[in-house]
Write a protein that binds this ligand. Structure first.
Ligand SMILES: Cc1ncc(COP(=O)(O)O)c(C=O)c1O
Length: 441
């Protein structure tokens, strides 16, 4: 929401400043180099749509910590709820002594996810852990083992989810052998698949599954309704509904990975809602708990209840602090009209970025929904990816105090994931900086 009290971008040193540089030197001596960082500043506080660094610079946040702080960083209801809960108890383990907030989160997810059939929910800690559990549940339910995923998919960094993730560098390089029985098929990528319509793209994928895997061997098809790390790829209309029909016909569990797209991010509560797709299971994380680690699998009761008592769980899954935060997130989305706010953000961002595309032939595609919008950068007159330009633009935006992220199989996509608590003034200023960065790159 627009909030006149939120401080705007304010740079008091170069970015990164001396304190951030000193901390980065300490980091490189203490933290494994495999843990990378995108923006070279260290945060001290973050509120709404801004992040303040250790040098006192206020940066505009167009990344939401990778689509997590959708309700804004330190959203007031989340802060109050977690503060209350931390004073009551921090952990009992739901599998030992259960507590009401876990049940209330399950009820909320059962209510909010697509479809009005009876549902059940199980809570976990990270997106990858929830994806793994969705596969476990689908395997028990179907008695089958194979799992289908698509090109450019990202599902996490655990062993099974690395196998499901497409991009090797840096996510998979050297980390194999990977889990077996994972099969990858083409997706719908309108900018790069020569105008294939959604139904044709779905048929290309399902024909390959029929021929190379066999539908009767498939437990699940796991798919992001809009791809995140793979490049904010929005499939052609009709692609997801056609896949859903094929899954239903063949008894394959359709799992929507809404880890990045869920919770109002795309201008609907879930991205599946845009085409009325009702998956069997929905995986959520990120925006679910406003920054506290929480993930979930929600879906058809008969599928979710396939594993027997004790078959699912984990020490921290559905931690009470994270559950308190999630309930406050849901309340904030509903009370503050954040689904509609995401649509406003879409209008503002798309108008600006389409004007940039008209003026700059290096912007090959502008796409996305709600507050999940990206630019795919190419060599002018071609669709050849230009990852150097994406890196240069992002680095210049960072130097000017705006947090933007890159993504994409080819590393050539600049993506925007602003918190929905950002004000129009902050968003406009962030976009001004991004557009100006194209002038210098
Ligand atoms: C679509 C999708 N699935 C799964 C994951 C993995 O989530 P986590 O990093 O919480 O394990 C991510 C993370 O970016 C994601 O975007």
């Amino acid at each position: 929401m627009s909030d006149a009290a939120t401080p705007a971008r304010r740079l008091v040193t170069e970015v990164p400043g001396p304190r951030s540089r000193a901390l980065m030197a300490r980091k490189s001596k203490a933290v494994a180099r495999g843990i990378g960082t995108t923006v070279p500043v260290f945060a001290t506080t973050a509120h709404g749509g801004t992040v303040v660094d250790v040098d006192g610079n206020t940066l505009i946040d167009l990344g939401s910590g990778i689509a997590v702080t959708t309700v804004g960083s330190s959203a007031p209801r989340v802060v109050d709820a977690v503060r209350d809960q931390v004073g009551a108890f921090t952990h009992t383990c739901f599998m030992v002594t259960p507590y009401e907030p876990y049940v209330a989160v399950a009820e909320a997810l059962n209510r909010l996810t697509p479809g009005d059939h009876p549902k059940r929910t199980a809570l976990f800690n990270s997106g990858a852990e929830a994806v793994e559990n969705a596969v476990k549940i689908a395997r028990v339910h179907t008695g089958r083992t194979a799992v289908a995923v698509v090109d450019h998919a990202y599902h996490g960094r655990t062993n099974l989810t690395m196998a499901m993730t497409a991009k090797v560098q840096p996510y998979k390089q050297g980390f194999g052998p990977f889990a077996g029985e994972v099969y990858r098929v083409p997706t719908s990528y309108p900018f790069r698949d020569g105008g294939l319509d959604g139904v044709e793209a779905a048929r290309r994928a399902t024909d390959q599954l029929d021929q190379q895997v066999g539908a009767t061997n498939l437990a699940a098809l796991v798919i992001e309704p809009i791809q995140g790390e793979g490049g904010f790829v929005v499939p052609a209309p009709g692609f997801l509904p056609a896949l859903a029909d094929w899954c239903r016909e063949h008894g394959v569990v359709l799992v929507a990975d809404e880890v990045q797209t869920g919770f109002a991010r795309t201008g609907a509560m879930f991205a599946c809602d845009h085409e009325g797709v009702v998956p069997d299971l929905v995986v959520t994380a990120k925006g679910l708990a406003g920054g506290l680690p929480l993930s979930a699998v929600t879906g058809r009761q008969e599928v979710m209840d396939a594993p027997g008592p004790g078959g699912l769980g984990g020490t921290y899954g559905g931690n009470p602090l994270a559950c308190a935060a999630a309930l406050a997130v849901v309340e904030t989305i509903e009370a503050d009209g954040l689904v509609e706010r995401a649509r406003e953000v879409e209008r503002l961002v798309l108008t600006r970025l389409r004007a940039l595309q008209d003026a700059d032939p290096r912007v090959g595609d502008v796409r996305g929904r709600g507050a999940m919008i990206a630019l795919e950068l190419v060599r002018p007159g071609t669709t050849d990816p230009d990852p150097d330009l994406a890196r240069a633009v992002a680095a210049e935006a960072h130097r000017q105090g705006v947090v933007v992220l890159t993504c994409g199989t080819y590393g050539n996509v600049v993506r925007l994931l602003p918190p929905l608590a950002i004000s129009d003034a902050e968003l406009t200023e962030g976009l001004d900086v991004l557009v100006a960065a194209f002038g210098t790159a």
